[in-house]
Design a protein around this ligand. Structure first.
Ligand code: SF4
Length: 384
């Protein structure tokens, strides 16, 4: 098992994506409030930490908390839109602090689509500079992409462009849009794709990367929409390896510990050979339709063996299929998340101060103007 925890270090951002599931809140972190959460991951024996947001590079103490986590033995990763990492000095500071991996998020390599998705013009050149700066200062680079209505048909084009321009990128991550939270929830009609809308393009993208020797993961996509690459499903890998995930949300949710990975299963799933290792249909916010599921009839064993035998995964356990089967518990729906793990619930995730509330109010005003210009809805204020 290689458990990796998420720490949201800020919740504001310099972009305004219409499908952001973690938008601005009045909560803020200082170094001490982050340090205790890092210590908690260490005490739990976690392999690594992902510093995220909001846009985490906007926290003035990001290099310091990264260096602290690294010194405690955690594998330190960062999810960023790349705007600050486009500055070589900042990239060097993160490399010196021990950040080992950055996920630079790019939704589309078509400039006009990327600008619409980000609610901000001219972000691509900075993201590309970030990719190259990170590599220059010894930080591995992955690409993160949220699948949505506007990029659903050209995911394969994105990977080709990125690989051609930045051949050192070896790993890609797709997250199907989470329509349940934040700004994504109020803009569902504009951004939530149907599964069939991206199936072909995602398949072509995965096929291209696989042939080129690169790796990838896909989250919140049922296996019937990625059957040939079922072993790349984040949920399936976690089910097979019995992994958990803790997310420290910088909002009222606080700490969420996820120990099960099943979402919605329908009658179609009963006949499906992959049912026991499939995360099913991501159910939140009623954004996806159960009628879109269909059973598949492919053998389960090769999928499991592929995951167990993956030498690139630090959590790979040298066990065979028979041994795995004895220990394995079938994925169950209905208890995908446990809120506030008992021992973590005593650790507050950030705090709401007067200053934080003032900054939140100012940020909301600026975001309101930007949202209007972009034609998107802003999520309800936390004070409403
Ligand atoms: S039919 Fe159900 S169990 Fe089978 S792949 Fe689709 S979502 Fe998963």
């Amino acid at each position: 098992m290689a458990n990796i925890g998420y720490l949201q270090v800020v919740r504001h951002c310099n972009h305004l994506c219409g499908f952001c599931s973690n938008p601005t809140t009045p909560y803020t972190h200082d170094f001490e409030s982050m340090r205790v959460l890092v210590d908690d991951f260490v005490a739990r024996g976690y392999f690594g930490i992902i510093l995220t947001g909001g846009e985490p590079t906007l926290h003035p103490e990001l290099p310091r908390i990264a260096a602290y986590a690294n010194a405690q033995g955690l594998h330190v990763r960062l999810i960023t839109n790349g705007s600050r990492l486009s500055q070589p000095d900042f990239a060097q500071a993160l490399g010196d602090a021990g950040v080992r991996l950055v996920h630079v998020s790019i939704y589309s390599t078509r400039p006009e689509v990327e600008a619409k998705l980000r609610g901000t013009e001219d972000t691509l050149s900075k993201a590309y500079a970030a990719i190259d700066n990170a590599a220059r200062f010894g930080i591995e680079v992955n690409i993160n992409c949220v699948i949505n209505k506007l990029n659903a048909g050209h995911l394969h084009e994105n990977v080709r462009v990125l690989v051609e321009q930045h051949p050192h990128i070896r790993h890609f991550v797709w997250n199907n849009l989470d329509p349940s939270m934040g700004r994504a929830e109020v803009n569902q009609a504009m951004f939530t794709p149907r599964l069939a809308e991206f199936e072909l393009s995602l398949h072509r993208a995965m096929k291209f990367l696989h042939r080129s020797g690169r790796t990838f993961r896909v989250e919140k996509v049922p296996l019937c929409y990625m059957t040939d690459f079922a072993w790349a499903s984040t949920e399936t890998r976690k089910i097979v390896k019995n992994e958990e995930r803790i997310v420290h949300f910088l909002d009222d949710k606080q700490t969420v510990r996820q120990t099960a990975w099943g979402h919605i299963y329908t009658e179609a799933c009963d006949a499906c050979t992959l049912r026991t290792i499939c995360g099913g249909l991501f159910d939140r916010g009623d954004g996806y339709d159960p009628a879109e599921l269909h059973p598949v009839f492919v053998p389960l064993q090769p999928v499991v063996e592929h995951i167990l035998g993956d030498g690139t995964d630090p959590s790979t356990r040298p066990i065979g299929f028979a041994q795995w089967k004895k220990r394995f518990t079938r994925a169950q729906p209905g208890h995908a998340t446990e809120q506030s793990a008992p021992d973590a619930s005593v650790i507050p995730v950030g705090r709401v101060t007067e200053r934080g509330q003032r900054l939140y109010a100012a940020k909301r005003q600026a975001e309101g103007r930007k949202a209007k210009a972009s034609g998107i809805e802003l999520e309800p204020s936390t004070e409403e």
